[in-house]
Write a protein that binds this ligand. Structure first.
Ligand code: ADP
Ligand code: MG
Length: 317
């Protein structure tokens, strides 16, 4: 099958979005963003065998490659709208491509985004690069900078689950409901797009969790020129991770595991009630795990005692 037949068969689907004047088929896509909103652009690349196991079912590869991009736009307070796909594959395996495309369009449909172009190349390893564009109200952009001493540090969901799930995917040894759940958090992360957009007016700074809570919070703090005190006893750990791992390992997954695509943000403590009510409206679990302080670095406490955290090195880049 030639490249054009492949694109037509698997990726060129009807688009119902008035903002797209030209999608797949020309030299470039032509989009018409809403007046008054600004454009957000982000790109993420995943390599088979490096960022996900080679034998991950193709539907899951397609779904996940879209899902992991959404949180970057969410973390800026924007709405994901349009994406392009640069796909490198070793061969035109139509079985793989058809399931990959099903997964990709399932995630895209759920997120109300359209595939408007891309590039298809042959290479030794499967490499999936998705560029996601979104739009944002310029007055409600969240950035990594802006957190100030006294702000609370909030996190959505239960970080650590995805990395714990990946450990089961790699070992393939556990068949329980809990490990299924944790694997699901790796394969089908849920970016907090609606909640992030609604909390943007309250948040002083935000970041999405792709490298792990500790490392990503560190980036937010550096950009904000501040430090943080974290109370590890407040870390939201899922029932599933606690059923499968001892407490210390669960804490390590939560701080050091990546791939959660949850939202971490800082906000004035005086907005706490409003933030919790926004979370409730959006069916998102939210936890305040500490506060921003002056200085730099993250000081963790567990049972009131200083806890020296060392990075377990789960990250694959
Ligand atoms: P060009 O030679 O101008 O780069 P291509 O021949 O690579 O264009 O692609 C033809 C059309 O198909 C373009 O509109 C491009 O955006 C689109 N396209 C190519 N690969 C993909 C893909 N994997 N997914 C979606 N659209 C694609
Ligand atoms: Mg061309």
């Amino acid at each position: 099958m030639d490249e054009f037949a492949l694109i037509r068969r698997f990726f060129d689907r009807p688009i119902d979005d008035a903002s797209i004047r030209l999608g797949i088929g020309d030299d470039a896509a032509l989009i018409n963003p809403e007046p008054g909103r600004e454009l957000l652009c982000a790109v993420d690349t995943i390599v088979a065998g490096t960022h996900y196991p080679q034998d991950l079912p193709p539907f899951d590869v397609g779904y996940r490659s879209v899902a992991i991009n959404l949180s970057d736009i969410a973390a800026m307070g924007g709405r994901p709208r349009w994406m392009t796909l640069a796909l490198t594959i070793p061969d035109a395996d139509t079985g793989w491509l058809s399931l990959f495309a099903e997964g990709l369009f399932t995630a895209a449909t759920q997120a109300h985004i359209s595939l408007i172009g891309g590039d298809t190349t042959r290479g030794e390893t499967t490499v999936i690069s998705i560029q996601l564009m979104g739009d944002v109200d310029p007055h409600k952009v969240m950035r990594r900078s802006g957190a100030s001493p006294g702000d609370g540090i909030y996190v959505t969901g239960t970080p650590g689950d995805a990395a714990a799930g990946l450990s089961f995917l790699k070992s393939g040894s556990d068949q329980s409901d809990e490990s299924e759940y944790l694997i699901g958090r790796f394969v089908r992360p849920t970016a907090r797009v609606d909640f992030a957009e609604s909390v943007a007016a309250n948040a002083s700074a935000a970041i999405d969790l792709s490298d792990g809570l500790y490392a990503d919070l560190q980036k937010l703090l550096q950009a904000s020129d501040a430090g943080a005190n974290l109370d590890l006893n407040l870390l939201p750990l899922s029932a599933e991770i606690l059923a499968k791992f001892d407490y210390d390992d669960a804490v390590n997954f939560a701080l050091g595991g990546g791939d959660d695509y949850e939202l971490c943000f800082a906000a004035s403590r005086s907005d706490d009630a409003e933030i919790h009510s926004l979370a409730k409206q959006n069916h998102v679990r939210i936890t305040c795990i500490g506060k921003v302080v002056s200085g730099d670095g993250i000081t963790c406490r567990r049972d009131g005692e200083i806890f020296e955290y060392t990075d377990p090195g789960y990250r694959h880049f």
